[in-house]
Design a protein around this ligand. Structure first.
Ligand code: SF4
Length: 382
């Protein structure tokens, strides 16, 4: 299979996610558990013999959620609930919602009411991540999720199954990080859109299949890296935010000469960074990963605040500009917004904030603003 065909498999999964989940469920005679955002330990779901399904993308009719959600709720929560209400997530048997903000704190209870599923859990993430007790707390939370999954499947999750799942996910993250590296080394090899299509599709595809495809894609890209002249014309851009949405922004950046060489999105680099140890207590290892991940708007350790992390990332990746995507009504992102822009200014990196939302509205304006920004940071190259 050619590389374009391999990438098309990821594109098809994003366009029509339901069929492949249903096929997997029939073949495996098992169920699928949805999860919001990327802080949920998928390895536990996988080790329970279930299909972890990231509810990140998927275009729903947002107004379907209007009866249930206040007007100020972010379009990610609105889109996710609208997908469920529209029957687009009928293949799910369960749901885990990580508590990342006030919205997610109430979303599970609401979901239970309007679309009850056999298994529904909160993952209560700590907010004060530098407290000495946080390690013990998160281990307790992971044990609770594991226990509830075990109750649901009617058997224990064996340590060897959890180790297998962790190894599989580590391999997956490593392959995707290699993809990110290759793109940053020479953006001509794989486009912005292709790279993030793969990362997003991985969240909704069987992990074994994702790894099989990724091994082939990475191998062809590595061959091409040596044979292709490095493109020096691309303007190096840092893209930051809670969720990368709409994906069209990737096309606009590329259209005006840019390559995204760093990000911190839940459906971007934050999803694939940091691995889980496979020695000692595996639950402790999962807790370690959670506590040592890169910061996000909802998970901002005092010892590594997000604004400094992003400024360092921008310097390390030698970016020429930073674009902050602010999902409208995302409260945690709201709190970070000023500090992040200030940190870029202090680092001498031009930065712009764009308000975004799920859905197709406002794309023309977004493209115009990206064009203007790229002209400013790219000078004659754009
Ligand atoms: S996008 Fe922001 S407001 Fe919406 S659920 Fe995620 S953290 Fe909460």
């Amino acid at each position: 299979m050619k590389r374009t065909e391999l990438i098309e498999t990821f594109e098809s999964a994003l366009i029509n996610p339901a069929d492949q989940v249903r096929q997997w469920k029939t073949e495996q005679n098992s169920g699928a558990i949805g999860f919001l955002m990327s802080d949920v330990p998928e390895e536990l779901i996988h080790a329970a013999g279930l299909f972890p399904y990231g509810i990140i993308n998927g275009k729903a009719e947002l107004e379907k959620a209007d009866t249930h959600l206040q007007a100020w709720v972010c379009s990610h929560a609105r889109n996710s609930l609208a997908l469920a209400l529209g029957g687009n997530l009928d293949f799910l048997d369960g749901l885990i919602v990580p508590q990342t903000c006030d919205t997610t704190r109430m979303l599970l209870d609401l979901w239970k009411h309007v679309r009850p599923l056999a298994y529904m859990e909160d993952f209560r993430l700590p907010r004060q991540v530098d407290r000495p007790s946080v390690g013990k707390y998160i281990i307790g939370e992971l044990e609770r999720i594991k226990y509830r999954l075990e109750q649901y499947i009617g058997r224990s999750i064996k340590p060897e199954d959890l180790k297998h799942s962790i190894t599989l996910y580590n391999h997956n993250r490593k392959l995707m990080r290699r993809l990110v590296d290759l793109h940053a080394q020479n953006p001509v090899l794989i486009s912005n859109r292709e790279l993030y299509t793969i990362i997003n599709a991985a969240m909704i595809m069987p992990r074994e299949k994702v790894n099989e495809l990724l091994v082939k894609i990475v191998s062809t890209l590595e061959d091409d890296l040596n044979a292709t002249e490095v493109d020096k014309e691309h303007v190096r851009i840092l893209l930051s935010g809670t969720l990368l949405e709409p994906m069209d922004i990737l096309d606009y950046i590329e259209e005006f000469g840019g390559a995204v060489v760093g990000d911190d999105f839940q459906n971007g680099y934050r999803y694939i960074e940091a691995d889980v140890a496979t020695r000692g207590s595996l639950i402790e290892a999962l807790a370690d990963r959670q506590l040592n991940r890169i910061p996000s708007a909802a998970f901002d350790p005092a010892h590594n605040p997000r604004r400094f992390f992003l400024a360092n990332l921008a310097n390390e990746k030698k970016v020429q500009g930073a674009i902050f995507l602010h999902l409208k009504f995302c409260e945690p992102e709201n709190f970070d917004s000023y500090d992040n822009l200030q940190a870029m200014q202090n680092a001498g990196i031009p930065a712009m904030r764009l308000e975004t939302q799920f859905g197709r509205s406002g794309l023309g304006q977004l493209r115009t603003r990206v064009h203007a920004f790229m002209e400013m940071v790219g000078g004659e190259n754009v």
